[in-house]
Design a protein around this ligand. Structure first.
Ligand SMILES: *[C@@H]1O[C@H](CO)[C@@H](O)[C@H](O)[C@H]1NC(C)=O
Ligand SMILES: *[C@@H]1O[C@H](CO)[C@@H](O)[C@H](O)[C@H]1NC(C)=O
Ligand SMILES: *[C@@H]1O[C@H](CO)[C@@H](O)[C@H](O)[C@H]1NC(C)=O
Ligand SMILES: *[C@@H]1O[C@H](CO)[C@@H](O)[C@H](O)[C@H]1NC(C)=O
Length: 875
């Protein structure tokens, strides 16, 4: 049954190659305060309903009452959450025509015990690229434990996470892997868990559940082995090769929420969160998220409620760093959840290859399995252009040859397709910006794709220019230093949240992490992502809890970790401190977190933007000495580099991707610049910010760290608190990009100007009017009114209650979005919930409104609007 009047339409607008017009939200025929529609990627006909607390019979009576009224309804209960943290169910509703479907939803929303109904959203599986690797005897150096003091916790404190339960929500686990215990259940490393998905689950169909969280996919299925990799990072241990996870004696739980391919429904995610909580996990580790820096939706709500119960709820921040500021993702944006940034490992393992003109063997990375040797030639006539092999017409004939090109300008799949199209048998891509060898992500490439360093690429280019150059790939592996080691990974998502909460909160090692893979993928491999950083932190917390206790006290644990995290520099050759919007409190230092006897809270400060300046400019820190030694601390401001999200002269308010930076620094004044604390004593320090004097139109996000510098470093460690703020008012940011929105047909072209009349023939879907928009800035509220073209008065709404829409980016599948209108509306004459009804034939104007960022919905000035030209609706 078709249940939506908006549809997903590919759009090929002038000048935007391959950009796809994506559905923003379905237009359910419902306007109701309890109906919570937010974000993108709605799963059709599936809903989460939350009942009042303690209403335990609600699920049965719910089905009964709907079924008795709507005889044709096929009501399928998908998940039941009879829980004090979230009492509800998810259900599929099918078999009804649109009108009855609406009626049925209406009757549900009208029930007194129903608190809210949320359409289920599909949350994508985490993107990773992985390389197979062997362990041999390189693991000790390859493991990043020296960067995080995990090595000292193992060797000096002898803590290995024994008895601590870490619950993982992921793609399942190959627990038969020798490094993961070789079994499931009591007595094994993997003792808890459940399969909530089944191999065929995609997020859009019905999951098939059973009690075994084994990743039983195959290499051919396209499965990535993500959950097995994540689990190895937390608790893997292999005696033969000395591979050691962060907490190798911890006990694992795995709640499998993905099939071999595809997404997970938010309802299945909620169920997994609650099951992990009920199984008594001491820590919950989730490497899943959306590209949306709001904090909304029932899964985010449940994560927050579990965090409020004191369970450290640890979630990857996201891998959208290349798309600039405000890319941290839900559900890691929930207030008390730990949002985890990624830092690159110092070492990587690479296979070697020989180029004929170069004496020593060079290192390469790949996720392709069958490499071919041969002659290599230049793969783009403008090699080094920044868009090598993006445009097939620049690719020469490559029949039977390997091709050399540079990274950048388009996806690796596009490049590989151009090379293959010209007869190339493989492609070697060298990095930009003097970068290392990297793993290209090329899920649909038909030829092998290999990533090498800039330096090696340019050397091979010289060889090609000098004569015939050939390449021979090896299987031998060697350790190479990573030039970006100990820096925030370039993919790691950047804060803040749209509500200006400081996210990410803290960093783990996520760039080039060696860990376990399912045996069907070769048992060992390297992956990169905040997906790897989150379990790294989870394992670290397991070590802490074993050493110090504080079970169910996420607040204290997070203070210990954040206060003692290591502040990283911005870049090699730039010793400025990295912004907390990239590294949070910094890189975890587990030994110090355990040893630290002084705590300061809150653990982070948002001074907010200029609109809220008066309210947030002064904040109070409390510092407590839980140790035995009297210690004096100096209070100092250590400003970091600032995040400059925009360059107005270059591209207006389109967020820079990746983000820009600035040297703007805030001054801080403290009520005391020195504090002395006896054993057990605490005191407060008030801090007031003087933001940098920069143009408020640039919305610079300044930041830094407040450091309590211990006078005697033998008796106490320094403790720090990250802070940030925005110079400028977020609600001044324009929402829509230049030349948007516009009215069009469902293909997105042509563009109809306001003085042109658009004709919609209801019998011809090719004429469905569509508003195409591109959001530079996200909006918390979005609706569309239908106006009588003559009177310009609203007769009702066609899109209601769409909330928490993220901004568009430069990615082709997220460049612009569309709202199409099927000439129906919810009449405003009656204020109660209404069915959508067709408008009579006639002429109408659509009026779109979107609330400015952090705007006040009651203030008309805080809305941005767009009116179409006249739309003639014909029957
Ligand atoms: C294994 O690791 C331990 C502890 O890090 C180390 O002492 C030992 O030498 C390692 N063994 C091998 C074979 O590398
Ligand atoms: C910043 O201010 C806005 C507007 O007052 C508010 O909605 C938001 O919650 C504040 N953010 C934080 C982190 O306090
Ligand atoms: C902004 O972009 C312009 C034009 O591309 C460039 O010249 C300028 O340096 C940029 N400004 C900053 C602060 O990066
Ligand atoms: C419609 O408006 C555009 C620009 O706003 C103008 O160039 C064009 O001449 C107008 N067309 C008519 C028919 O008025």
């Amino acid at each position: 049954m078709k249940r939506r009047s908006f549809s997903v339409i590919p759009l090929f607008a002038a000048g935007i190659c391959l950009a796809v017009l994506v559905l923003v939200a379905p237009s359910e025929a419902i306007s109701h305060p309890k109906y919570k529609l937010s974000g993108n990627d709605i799963v059709p006909n599936r809903y989460v309903v939350e009942f009042d607390e303690g209403d335990s019979k609600s699920a049965n009576s719910f089905v009964h009452s709907v079924q008795s009224k709507f005889k044709k309804a096929k009501l399928h209960i998908a998940q039941e959450f009879e829980h004090n943290l979230f009492n509800g169910i998810s259900f599929g509703l099918n078999g009804l025509d649109e009108k009855d479907h609406t009626e049925a939803l209406k009757s549900i929303l009208d029930k007194d015990n129903v608190r809210a109904v949320y359409p289920v959203r599909a949350i994508p599986r985490p993107e990773v690229n992985f390389e197979k690797a062997s362990t041999k005897d390189k693991t000790p150096t390859l493991l990043p434990h020296a960067m995080t003091q995990v090595d000292r916790v193992h060797s000096e404190l002898k803590k290995f996470g024994k008895g601590i339960k870490v619950g993982v929500i992921d793609t399942g686990i190959d627990y038969l892997h020798p490094a993961l215990g070789g079994g499931f259940g009591k007595g094994f490393k993997v003792q808890y868990g459940y399969d909530l998905a089944g191999n065929a689950y995609t997020g859009y169909n019905n999951p098939v559940q059973d009690s075994d969280p084994l990743d039983s996919c195959t290499a051919e299925s396209g499965a990535s082995g993500h959950g097995t990799h994540v689990s190895g990072i937390i608790a893997g241990y292999d005696e033969k090769t000395n591979f050691t996870g962060v907490a190798p004696q911890a006990t694992l739980g795995m709640w499998r929420v993905f099939g071999c391919k595809g997404s997970v429904g938010s309802d299945v995610l909620i169920k997994a969160f609650l099951m992990a909580y009920d199984a008594g996990m001491d820590i919950i580790s989730v490497s899943i998220g959306e590209k949306n820096a709001w904090s909304s939706g029932p899964d985010t709500i449940v994560a927050q409620r579990i965090a409020e119960k004191g369970i450290p709820f640890i979630i990857s921040a996201g891998n959208a760093g290349s798309e600039g500021a405000f890319t941290v993702g839900m559900p890691s944006t929930a207030k008390d959840v730990w949002s985890i940034a990624s830092v690159d490992n110092d070492f990587q393992l690479m296979k070697k290859f020989k180029a004929s003109s170069i004496a020593e063997k060079l290192g390469y990375s790949t996720s392709s399995t069958k490499l071919v040797d041969g002659e290599i030639v230049i793969g783009d006539k403008n090699i080094g252009s920044g868009t090598d092999a993006c445009n097939p017409s620049n690719v020469p004939d490559l029949t039977g040859k390997l091709a050399l090109i540079q990274r950048g300008g388009c996806t690796f799949d596009v490049k590989a397709a151009s090379i293959a199209g010209a007869g190339g048998i493989g492609v070697i891509i060298y990095n930009t910006n003097n970068g290392d060898a990297f793993v290209p992500s090329n899920p649909s490439a038909t030829i092998p794709v290999v990533g090498i360093s800039t330096k090696d690429g340019l050397a091979i280019l010289e060889g090609i220019k000098a004569g015939v150059e050939t390449i021979k790939f090896d299987n031998e592996e060697a350790l190479y230093p990573v030039t970006t080691g100990n820096l925030v990974s370039d993919f790691s998502s950047v804060g803040a949240s749209y509500q200006l909460d400081l996210k990410p909160n803290i960093a783990g090692i996520g760039g080039r992490v060696f860990s376990t893979l399912p045996r069907f993928l070769g048992s060992w491999g390297i992956m990169s992502g905040t997906s790897m950083a989150a379990p790294y932190v989870s394992g670290s917390v397991a070590l802490f809890i074993e050493a110090k206790g504080y079970k169910k006290n996420s607040q204290i644990i997070s203070q210990q970790f954040k206060n003692h995290a290591l502040k990283l520099v911005h870049a090699k050759g730039n010793s400025a401190i990295q912004s907390p919007l990239l590294q949070g409190a910094g890189l975890v230092q587990v030994y110090d977190a355990i040893a630290g006897k002084v705590r300061v809270s809150p653990t982070q400060i948002s001074f907010n933007d200029t609109s809220s300046f008066a309210k947030y400019k002064t904040q109070t820190l409390t510092i407590i000495n839980t140790g035995k030694a009297r210690t004096t601390f100096k209070v100092v401001n250590e400003p970091s580099i600032a995040v400059a999200p925009y360059n107005r002269t270059a591209q207006g308010y389109a967020t820079l991707a990746p983000t820009g930076f600035s040297n703007a620094k805030a001054k801080l004044t403290f009520s005391k610049t020195s504090v002395t604390l006896n054993a057990g004593q605490k005191t407060t320090v008030r801090v007031t910010v003087i933001p940098p004097k920069v143009n408020p139109k640039d919305h610079i996000m300044y930041g830094g760290y407040i450091r309590f510098k211990a006078g005697n470093q033998k008796t106490a460690l320094d403790v720090t608190v990250p802070y940030f703020g925005v110079v400028g008012k977020q609600r001044d940011l324009p929402l829509f990009d230049k030349d948007y929105p516009y009215l069009s047909d469902p293909t997105g072209t042509p563009v109809f100007l306001k003085n042109q009349t658009y004709t919609y023939d209801r019998s011809n879907t090719k004429t469905t009017p569509t508003i195409v928009y591109r959001l530079l800035t996200p909006t918390a509220k979005f609706d569309v009114d239908v106006l009588n073209a003559k009177t310009k008065k609203s007769i009702g709404k066609t899109l209601t209650d769409s909330t928490y829409i993220p901004r568009n980016t430069f990615a082709t599948d997220n460049f612009m979005s569309g709202v199409s209108w099927d000439a129906t509306y919810v009449p405003s004459s009656i204020s109660d919930i209404q069915d959508k009804v067709p408008v009579p034939s006639g002429t109408y104007i659509l009026n779109l409104r979107a609330l400015k960022l952090l705007g006040n919905p009651k203030d008309p000035k805080d809305w941005e609007t767009y009116q179409t030209g006249p739309i003639v609706v014909k029957n």
